[in-house]
Design a protein around this ligand. Structure first.
Ligand code: FAD
Length: 297
């Protein structure tokens, strides 16, 4: 019989190889920038594999993303990864951004197709002269330099993939074009992710598929994001947060319990790499890293 304390000990004994990475978005205002740097400086001492900075819809944050990744690398020494999308730009314009990353010494790119300007539900229309999808973008980046490239994977399938064969073919194309790993869309039911791993293995995909973990800083906000990107909010989770809109303390405690449960269940299933979506906040992520035995120096 296994007692809970044995269970904890066995998780602890598996702590050595955990690797974490953190995702941020480029801040829009001075106040947001202050919080961004505060969080970066709290999380950098955990020696993440990399810190990534997203690319605003339609390339709207091109300069800010470049500035942030360059500064992260310069100020903390942590490897920074710049997200990049194909939306609203010709291949030459996207290539120019890749050259700018290269010149700035950025060696990692998260290569994405991006969403159409009208939102996720709208059909994606390739920009005239632009890259058609993430697989093409990966191939384009490869021609410019020896970047470490990550691509997106979807535990619940991309909303535009009609079935799993199409989904997995596309993931395989992106990896075969030169990406080293996939990072997943947020998910809250671990079964979706574990099933994706099984499906990918059956399809001959051997690259790591790193889970994207979204701590729930605000259930209302995250539910909105989840609906937009096709991630299911399980009924049990909605119930746990129900009625906590005006009770931030209990909300925060429930959020950390929910995230801890998710991460530790993945550890029990052999997962050793985690990509945390920080929303530029450090507190919950610091606690989750600590559960994995990942601590500052
Ligand atoms: P793709 O892999 O190109 O696929 C999109 C869809 O098109 C899939 O359904 C695929 O099956 C289909 N498809 C692709 N090629 C073909 C083809 N030749 N024929 C038929 N169908 C095809 N968005 C941002 O704007 N900025 C970000 O910084 C950002 N970061 C993200 C980070 C992660 C980890 C994730 C998971 C998503 C991120 N996104 C970001 C969102 C992403 O841009 C959207 O999910 C987008 O809708 C799809 O991008 P993709 O790279 O997965 O596209």
């Amino acid at each position: 019989m296994t007692f809970p304390s044995d269970h904890r000990a066995s998780r602890q004994s598996r702590k050595a190889p955990f690797a974490v990475s953190f995702e941020f978005f480029p801040p829009k205002t001075d106040v947001m920038e202050e919080r961004f740097w505060e969080s970066i400086h709290k999380l950098a001492p955990l020696h993440p594999r990399f810190v990534s900075v997203t690319y605003g819809a339609g390339g709207s944050t091109r300069e800010r993303t470049l500035r942030m990744v360059s500064q992260i690398k310069a100020e903390t020494g942590v490897d920074a990864a710049a997200h990049l999308t194909c939306v609203g730009a010709t291949k030459a314009e996207v290539d120019q951004v890749v050259h700018a990353y290269k010149t700035a010494g950025i060696k990692r790119i998260v290569a994405l197709r991006g969403d159409p300007p009208g939102g996720v539900g709208q059909p994606f229309v390739q920009h005239p002269g632009g890259y058609a999808n993430a697989a093409e973008l990966v191939a384009g980046i490869r021609k410019i330099g020896d970047f470490d490239i990550s691509v997106a994977a979807y535990p619940e399938r991309h909303p535009q993939s009609p079935n799993w064969d199409v989904e997995l073919d596309n993931l395989k194309r992106k990896l075969d074009a030169g990406a080293s790993r996939a990072i997943t869309q947020m998910f809250f039911d671990n079964n979706y992710y574990l099933e994706l791993l099984e499906r990918a293995a059956k399809a001959g995909i051997t690259a790591p598929i790193v889970p994207g973990i979204q701590p729930i800083h605000s259930f209302r906000q995250i539910s909105g994001f989840a609906a937009k990107c096709g991630a299911t909010i399980p009924g049990w989770m909605a119930e746990r947060f129900d009625g906590l809109e005006d009770d931030p303390e209990t909300h925060a405690l429930v959020a950390s319990a929910v995230a801890a449960e998710q991460v530790l269940e993945l550890v029990d299933n052999g997962v050793t790499q985690f990509h945390f979506l920080t929303l530029n906040r450090s507190n919950l992520v610091l606690a989750l890293a600590r559960l994995l035995g990942v601590r500052p120096d």
